[in-house]
Design a protein around this ligand. Structure first.
Ligand code: 13P
Ligand code: SF4
Length: 304
């Protein structure tokens, strides 16, 4: 392992590359990353860093968003088949139908979406900034795509808006079992339940805190008075949770929530893209890239 870390450090320096990693990737990847974070933090970083090469250890839409925001930089995806299924779960018809029905409509897309879906939208959001951005929009009617669960969570935070929902979901969070979380609560009655808003409504109902991956990590960090936590999101967050709270215990539902796509990324993949420059993200056709970039830029502005 140490040899691989050393090689990555050397290649990174040679290419003036920076490694960004999402909290869900394997611990050994988070260990070699220059920056680790949630989708919002990583997209902000992608525009503020000077390195001409970004190695994005995450799923496809993350690398694609970084490229849309930085057309002149090289963005390398260590494993290009690492895709987020939810990122495809909406059709143009859903958007066209809502536009035909409501005059005063804003199409809000979760960053977990393809560039094409972003190009149909007015603004992009992440779970860390969705409620703030939706509240700032002048429109009364909000079509929120693709994630139904995040849409319901945001609607609960911005009750004066009218939401139109779409049937997309993250399989990992949608099929997580509320009963398995309650089983952990029975074993650890003092534990606080911290979950991601992509979770199904049965889990949202029993949570003590609902927030993005960084929200969950910050909650544990900012509450030293609690020593036990039940975590309703992908297991990868354990790396940072244990680093921030070595004194605390973290429990997950018995069916371990693993994102198979995030898990595909290995140190060998990172070494390969740094060595060869393979798997460079290409921009979609100009019109799509322009419109998709506008939704991401608007997100960065409104989230300030
Ligand atoms: P965050 O934006 O909270 O990091 O979530 C990304 C994601 O894919 C959740 O499943
Ligand atoms: Fe997509 Fe779900 Fe994996 Fe997040 S956890 S990247 S939403 S499949």
């Amino acid at each position: 392992m140490e040899e691989k870390y050393e090689l990555i450090r050397k290649l990174k320096e040679e290419k003036n590359a920076v490694i960004l990693a999402h909290y869900y990737v394997a611990p050994e990847i988070q260990k070699i990353a220059d920056y680790i974070g949630d989708s919002f933090y990583l997209s902000k970083l992608a525009v503020s860093l000077d390195n001409p090469v970004i190695v994005f250890c995450g799923v496809e839409f993350m690398g694609e968003s970084a490229k849309l925001l930085n057309p002149d930089k090289t963005v390398l995806l260590p494993e290009p088949t690492a895709d987020c299924p939810m990122a495809h779960m909406v059709t143009k018809k859903v958007v066209d139908d809502a536009k035909a029905k409501y005059d005063d409509l804003a199409v809000v897309c979760y960053i977990n979406s393809t560039a094409e879906i972003k190009s149909w939208s007015d603004v992009c959001v992440t779970s860390a900034n969705a409620a703030k951005i939706v509240a700032a929009l002048p429109n009364k009617n909000i079509l929120f795509i693709p994630d139904r669960n995040l849409a319901h969570f945001v609607a609960s935070k911005v009750p004066d808006k009218h939401f139109i929902y779409n049937e997309g979901y993250c399989p990992r969070h949608e099929f997580m079992s509320a009963q398995e979380i309650l089983d952990e609560k029975t074993k650890h009655p003092e534990a606080k339940i911290l979950v991601h808003p992509e979770c199904n409504p049965d889990i949202i109902k029993i949570a003590d805190y609902i927030g993005s991956t960084s929200g969950i990590i910050n909650y544990a960090k900012e509450h030293p008075e609690y020593k036990e936590f039940i975590i309703g999101t992908v297991y990868g967050v354990i790396y940072k949770l244990e680093e921030e709270r070595p004194d605390a215990a973290f429990y997950f539902p018995a069916t371990m929530p693993i994102c198979i796509n995030m898990n595909k990324i290995t140190l060998d993949h990172v070494i390969n893209v740094l060595k060869t420059g393979e798997n460079s993200v290409f921009l979609p056709p100009e019109e799509i890239a322009k419109a998709a970039n506008a939704t991401l830029t608007k997100m960065l502005e409104l989230a300030k």
